[in-house]
Design a binder for this molecule. Structure first.
Ligand code: R5P
Length: 294
């Protein structure tokens, strides 16, 4: 059994060697079934291999987050600029048209709300596999709490969701939450992202950090990065750019899009970085142009 003390530190990430891909472009998913690959191909554009996911699930623990007071008004205009909509089934069902062409990533677990001091004590299933199929979900997102009291419970929910997902060809997105005792370090993200992939996640959502190149290299499935708290637009574009250059396969971004003074401008600018390799400065011009059109 692997133990915690006296291990040799991992160090050889072969950063100059691309991940081995055998016949399918979404990292680590070549051996999955056709339906799973078809859904992954709806999420990750074949042309770039990357994805822009728009996260608007914040209300599942926070209630009406700034910028998401009226999801029915804020999110639909952004749909043309993103590949995946990430939300709870309650909000997707009530605020998003079933005619929407974007893929849907449904958050399938619940957690304690922000009213509790420690939200990371482990939640439960909010949307079971039958409901995910009924929603025609392209992906199921599970929150996990590595290094926190809810670690074991959340890993079980991840594994059970991945079991159900592999039966029906629906990928599982493992979401790394950073508990209040954890620091956002390379060491933490190396461990957390790898643990999620090893427990069945087809895709991992995490955060950008120093040393991200090693985190991405050591994770056998694609990592998409969350945006986190609202940054000035150029800084958010710089973070997305660095993440893509260092091995991320996209973003799952919320506040840095819908809290921008031009959500449509930011969604388009992020898309340019993720899919077309625009530099932050070039993408910022896109944001400014769209903003000035108003
Ligand atoms: C957080 O609880 C939510 O799951 C969000 O989906 C996630 O944090 C990404 O959104 P943001 O870019 O606003 O951090």
């Amino acid at each position: 059994m692997a133990d915690n003390i006296g291990n040799k530190a991992a160090h050889d990430y072969h950063l100059d060697v691309p991940a081995v891909q055998e016949g399918f472009y979404v990292k680590g998913n070549a051996h999955c079934a056709w339906g799973m690959k078809n859904r992954l191909a709806r999420m990750f554009r074949p042309q770039s291999g990357n994805t822009v996911m728009l996260a608007f699930d914040h209300g599942y623990i926070m209630g009406p987050t700034a910028g998401l007071e009226r999801i029915d008004l804020v999110i639909p205009p952004l749909v043309p600029y993103v590949d995946v909509l990430m939300g709870t089934r309650g909000v997707i069902r009530s605020c998003i048209s079933p005619t929407v062409p974007a893929a849907k990533c449904v958050r399938v677990t619940y957690d304690s709300t922000v009213l509790y001091d420690d939200m990371s004590n482990g939640g439960g299933i909010a949307c079971d596999i039958d409901s995910a199929i009924e929603m025609n979900a392209d992906c199921m997102a599970v929150q996990t709490f590595i290094g926190a009291p809810g670690e074991s419970r959340s890993l079980e929910l991840l594994a059970r969701t991945a079991d159900a997902g592999s039966r029906y060809g629906i990928p599982t997105l493992g979401v790394v939450a950073v508990g209040k005792e954890m620091a956002r370090t390379e060491k933490f993200f190396l461990l957390a992202t790898r643990v999620l992939a090893e427990n069945g996640a087809n895709v991992v959502k995490s955060y950008y950090c120093e040393g991200f190149e090693r985190v991405a290299a050591a994770c056998p499935v694609p990592i998409v990065i969350a945006g986190g708290k609202k940054l000035p637009e150029l800084e958010a574009l710089e973070m997305a750019y660095r993440a893509i250059q260092e091995g991320a396969h996209g973003v799952d971004m919320g506040r840095n899009i819908f809290q921008s003074d031009s959500p449509a401008g930011m969604a388009q600018a992020i898309g340019k970085v993720v899919h077309e390799g625009y530099t932050p400065a070039q993408a910022h011009e896109v944001y400014q142009e769209v903003k000035n059109q108003r």
